[in-house]
Design a protein around this ligand. Structure first.
Ligand code: MGD
Ligand code: MGD
Ligand code: SF4
Ligand code: MO
Length: 735
């Protein structure tokens, strides 16, 4: 008989609750869990691929060590011994900065990695930390941090109550939302439309989300900052600004008005690709609709003006009276780990950036990291602080970062490379040691970040669904062992004791004299679960270790597989603010001072042809092309080209073409589509599985082309260090 059990899906930010049938230790069925308080039964094709991942013969179940150029299976003790033999001498000889750490996207979806990777990085004591954040959302985090005071004070559309949702540079029908946990975006949009609400999409491609929309506007890639400046200009010029309840909490209104004075719709229209009357109309609709929200994502982040665009999106929500209002853009209140529920309500220390700079390009530090596009040069350039030992943790930067081939070429120069990864793929093929974590079905889960970004306040916990193989450690245990090695305690250290000590240190820092009593109350748990219990109990809905009886604890969550509903989003300003001023900073000097760069750019000639990226329902960044349920069907790594461009360039539907960007070029399959804005080509990222040495049987059969082999690693948003991944000029010719 099949048993029924539940797990939060670990693949994307929607964090859907899944219902799994289990028989004889195998998953027999996967469907959406209809009682789940976050997702109410929604599931996408990737969720159903959890079984394929679990059963994928290419998924590593034992550590690999490279011997004589070949990866061979070894025991866990042998693998850690290899690291212990090779890492300490490197750190001793070259200093702590000789170690580098790359943290990839799945880290955000694995509680063990989330809670222990930062501890591991601290134990190394290196400033060479890199993550996918700098090819992703860091501009949005920087803008929000400057305006609201923490790195995760992100306002999300209150979609269940809004009457107008404007989506710019995001495709949530496919991505299922990002920096916005919103399972079943389509269903929620249809419900909004049924009550008379409207969806407007602004995107260089008529996307799946645009198909659903009441209005779609093509925008020139990279033109967002100009459109948004035009909108802010109109709001001031036409006296449409209404701060409402937020008025006493806003700083910098006059500075913002002065800063946008010169950006009239007429001046910005050509550069944004949107005509002045349409810009005015958008501004007016946002200002005059009672409940409206403007939401931007990848398209607005991965460009030269990512931080400015992210800032202006939130500024528009403030100026139109929609920030922190029901039906507008609101701040979730998560049950655990949120910095905007910690400390003194309404005031804080704000955020700090640029505390140091990268060694070679002098790119400023951001959120404790350096831009991942600097990784290759930090490995290849000799001198003090050169990276000699690299740890990649659930990341595949050879495919996921611009100029990946260059990175791939310099990885062999490392004296040691260790990968925490479950595949031998394009990046980990360079590793000396690969340490594979368990399948998600074998690990418990609590989402650290996404409840802080969710459409509704909920708390959920998933225990492991299947037993782990007897000798395979969990990822937090792997990281603990690496911490023991990095701190000189040695691979043979007592991990239980190390974990106890680390937890105790942290509790003492927060709870002071009450620490021992608090630790006693969580004595039954270890590892990530102890840290989750601590965070839940100390959090805004927690039992405060007995002071608030009936409040949340891990035990309470564990007893409720559907999760606990904590209610609709509620206004949180000023309580959620953590800026130094205790106000919303509408015109942070760092951002205002960057506007001249945009002004100078108004005159720049529009390139004939540019390339942008695309996400697809049956694909997830670089690593899910090996799963049968997702890989079947038509070949998806096609370059979408408008018929106007195809005609001009002599391209044929289904034919092959060469795309070039200076010296870099790739070969692609062409798909002619009038969903594309003329002058813009769209190619998905995450492909290019034809590199030797990887063990991805299925993905290798239809490798696709690597968009990042075309992109330039030196192009960054100077404020956030985020890579420019779209709007890049290219040439294209038939083959
Ligand atoms: N051109 C272009 N490039 C982009 C983007 C784009 O839009 N355009 N998007 C960017 C964005 S938003 C992101 S987030 C990045 C993502 O890029 P990365 O951060 O590199 O993440 P993935 O490509 O998802 O690679 C995930 C890696 O984690 C491994 N993995 C999977 N599950 C586990 C696990 O449970 N444990 C461990 N230890 N490893 C695991 C996989 O085998 C793989 O090696 O790509 C970025 N790159
Ligand atoms: N199925 C699936 N889901 C995913 C992922 C996946 O790979 N597959 N990846 C996950 C990850 S890591 C992330 S970060 C999220 C991202 O979530 P989204 O941001 O929703 O992702 P995209 O689908 O890349 O949407 C970006 C949109 O921006 C448009 N665009 C490109 N350049 C510009 C521009 O200059 N201006 C404007 N206005 N638009 C532009 C593109 O055409 C595209 O439609 O998705 C997550 N969910
Ligand atoms: S939308 Fe799909 S991949 Fe994302 S959490 Fe839900 S089921 Fe998983
Ligand atoms: Mo991402």
């Amino acid at each position: 008989m099949a048993a029924v059990t539940h797990r939060i899906c670990p693949f994307c930010e929607a964090c859907c609750g899944l219902e799994l049938g289990i028989a004889d230790g195998r998953v027999t069925t996967i469907r959406g869990y209809k009682d789940d308080v976050n997702s109410a039964g929604f599931i996408c094709p990737k969720g159903a691929a959890l079984r394929d991942l679990h059963e994928d013969p290419d998924r590593l179940r034992a550590p690999l060590v490279k011997r004589g150029g070949k990866h061979v299976e070894v025991t866990w003790d042998e693998a850690f011994a290899e690291v212990e033999r090779r890492l300490p001498p490197i750190l001793e000889k070259h200093g702590r900065d000789a170690a580098g750490v790359v943290i990839g996207n799945p880290s955000a979806h694995r509680i063990g990695l989330l809670l222990y990777t930062a501890r591991f990085a601290r134990s190394l004591g290196t400033k060479n930390l890199f993550s996918a954040s700098t090819v992703d959302q860091i501009p949005k985090q920087l803008a929000a941090g400057l305006m609201f005071g923490t790195w995760l004070s992100i306002a999300v559309p209150d979609i269940v109550r809004t009457d107008l949702l404007v989506v710019i540079g995001a495709n949530p029908v496919v991505s299922n939302g990002s920096m916005w946990t919103v399972p079943d975006f389509r269903g929620k949009t249809k419900a909004m439309q049924a009550r008379g609400g409207k969806l407007i999409v602004i995107d260089p491609r008529r996307t799946e989300t645009a198909e659903l929309a009441d209005q779609h506007l093509f925008i020139r890639p990279g033109g967002d900052v100009f459109l948004l400046l035009g909108i802010v200009h109109v709001l001031f010029a036409d006296h449409l600004v209404r701060l409402g309840r937020l008025a006493p909490h806003v700083e910098g209104l006059a500075a913002l008005e002065a800063a946008v004075a010169e950006f009239s719709p007429e001046r910005v229209a050509a550069r944004s690709g949107i005509a002045a009357p349409a810009i005015r109309d958008l501004a007016r609709r946002l200002a005059t609709t009672e409940r409206a929200a403007l939401y931007g994502r990848i398209g607005t982040c991965t460009q030269e003006y990512g931080t400015l665009a992210s800032w202006l999106i939130d500024a528009i929500n403030v100026l139109t009276g929609h920030l922190d209002e029901p039906g507008g853009a609101m701040f979730p209140k998560a049950a655990a780990f949120a910095t905007n529920t910690a400390g003194t309500p309404g005031q804080g220390r704000g955020i700090t950036i640029g505390r140091r700079a990268s060694r070679v390009s002098r790119a400023p530090e951001i959120f404790g990291e350096l831009p991942i596009s600097c990784l290759a040069e930090e490995i290849a350039t000799p001198g003090d602080g050169q990276i000699k030992a690299l740890f990649t943790i659930a990341g595949n930067p050879v495919l996921s970062t611009p100029n990946g081939p260059q990175l791939s070429a310099v990885l062999p120069q490392l004296e040691l490379m260790v990968s925490l990864d479950i595949y031998l793929n394009e990046t980990t093929r360079h590793a000396d040691v690969i340490l594979p974590g368990l399948s998600p079905l074998e690990t418990p889960h609590y989402d650290f970040a996404f409840p802080q970004l969710a459409w509704r306040n909920t708390a959920r916990y998933s225990p492991a669904v299947l037993p782990a193989p007897a000798d395979q450690p969990e990822e937090w245990q792997i990281l603990l062992r690496l911490i023991a090695i990095a701190t000189g305690k040695g691979a043979a250290a007592d991990l239980r004791r190390l974990d106890d000590e680390m937890a105790a240190d942290e509790v003492r820092r927060i709870a002071g004299p009450g620490a021992e009593a608090v630790l006693g109350m969580v004595a039954g748990t270890v590892g990530p679960e102890r840290l989750v219990d601590l965070a839940l109990r100390a959090g805004p809905y927690g039992d405060k270790f007995g002071l608030a009886p009936g409040g949340l604890t891990l035990a309470k969550l564990a007893a409720t597989p559907s999760g606990i509903d904590l209610g609709a989003l509620e206004p949180r300003i000023p309580e959620s603010l953590r800026t130094r001023s205790g106000k919303i900073e509408l015109a942070p000097p760092l951002l205002v001072d960057d506007l001249p760069r945009a002004r100078a750019d108004l005159a720049r000639a529009v390139p004939e042809l540019v390339i942008i990226g695309r996400r697809q329902l049956r694909s997830n960044n670089t690593w899910m092309h090996n799963l049968p349920i997702l890989a079947k069907g038509p070949f998806r790594c096609t370059a979408l080209v408008s018929s106007i461009d195809a005609g001009r360039l002599g391209l044929r539907d289904g034919g092959r073409a060469r795309i070039a960007n200076g010296p870099r070029s790739i070969e692609v399959e062409v798909e002619i589509s009038d969903d594309m804005m003329p002058g813009v080509v769209s190619l998905p990222h995450g492909w290019g599985h034809d590199l030797p040495g990887a063990r991805l049987g299925l993905a290798g059969q239809r490798p696709g082309a690597n968009l990042n082999a075309l992109l330039d690693e030196t192009l960054r948003d100077p404020l956030s260090g985020n890579s420019v991944l779209g709007g890049v000029p290219i040439t294209m010719q038939p083959l």
